[in-house]
Design a protein around this ligand. Structure first.
Ligand SMILES: NC(=O)c1ccc[n+]([C@@H]2O[C@H](COP(=O)([O-])OP(=O)(O)OC[C@H]3O[C@@H](n4cnc5c(N)ncnc54)[C@H](OP(=O)(O)O)[C@@H]3O)[C@@H](O)[C@H]2O)c1
Length: 251
């Protein structure tokens, strides 16, 4: 099935490794040109870029802290020079979360999580979406964890920040729908991207909480992202789609 991604410019944040890397490879395999964003993982980003170029598509590397508007604007300047046309679609996969009780936080730590997980989305939208609106075509997909909808005492700050992005993207979807720009959220359960860092006993306990009795695979995520990026998903906007093995079942 042709997803309509050939020749589209797709910016994927935090794409040097993990889930973002695999989304970038999957989109490249459908013929999309990839703007591959990283912040610190430069070597991994270069390796991923090399793999992407094997699909015969263009790949541009951009570095930046999405929490800083000036970095995001610099990313756009770089891409304006490197891509032949505008960024068509964005998958914001970058995130920074900490697992601990709120009472173990220092104020600068909670501010940082909100800066990355909430303001990072606003920075990307404000910088890149006007050109999508101008082109009468665009998609913004934001990846979050289910904790943003269910609450999680150990992910308390990032969950709150990301809950804010759900509401932001719903309102934005109402604003830019007439411009054929779709804004959606993909909400993940625990996905084994090869670096979860839990011991086996903890993993066993976690797996028992899933009706499907397994953790998510990265392919479970890339399949949903590719669908939402495809032409077939143009009438889906303002939604939160869970990829979570049934861990939460929200109406
Ligand atoms: N894996 C899971 O089970 C799971 C569950 C729920 C939600 N999620 C969310 O899904 C996304 C991908 O998860 P993951 O486990 O593959 O990776 P991850 O380690 O959580 O983070 C992905 C990338 O975010 C980038 N990043 C962090 N802070 C940044 C900042 N200030 N500016 C720009 N980029 C920044 C990092 O890039 P650099 O390495 O280049 O610095 C990192 O590689 C994340 O948003 C994560 O919170 C994952």
């Amino acid at each position: 099935m042709d997803l309509g991604l050939k020749g589209k410019n797709v910016l994927i944040t935090g794409a040097a490794k993990g889930i973002g890397r695999r989304i970038a490879l999957a989109a490249a395999s459908e013929g999309a040109n990839i703007a591959l964003h990283y912040r610190e993982s430069e070597e991994a980003a270069r390796e991923t870029a090399k793999e992407i170029s094997e699909y015969g598509v263009k790949v541009s590397l951009v570095k930046g802290d999405i929490a800083r508007l000036e970095d995001v604007r610099q990313m756009k300047e770089t891409l304006d020079q490197e891509l032949e046309s505008v960024v068509d679609y964005i998958v914001n996969n970058a995130g920074w979360t900490q697992m601990k009780s709120f009472f173990k936080y220092e104020p600068e730590e909670w501010k940082r999580e909100v800066d990355v997980c909430f303001y990072g989305v606003l920075n990307l939208v404000h910088t890149f979406m006007p050109e999508m609106i101008g082109k009468n075509q665009g998609k913004f997909i934001n990846i979050i964890g289910d904790s943003a909808r269910t609450g999680d005492r150990n992910l308390i700050v990032s969950a709150a920040a990301r809950s804010g992005t759900i509401s932001f993207l719903k309102s934005l979807a109402q604003d830019v729908g007439r411009n054929n720009v779709q804004c959606n959220t993909v909400s993940l359960g625990l996905i084994d991207q090869g670096a979860l860092g839990f011991n086996e006993a903890t993993l066993d306990k976690l797996i028992k909480q899933y009706p499907s009795k397994r953790l998510g695979k990265v392919d479970d995520v890339t399949a949903m992202i590719l669908f939402l990026l495809s032409e077939s998903a143009e009438w889906i906007t303002g939604q939160v789609v869970s990829v979570n093995g049934g861990h939460s079942m929200l109406g």
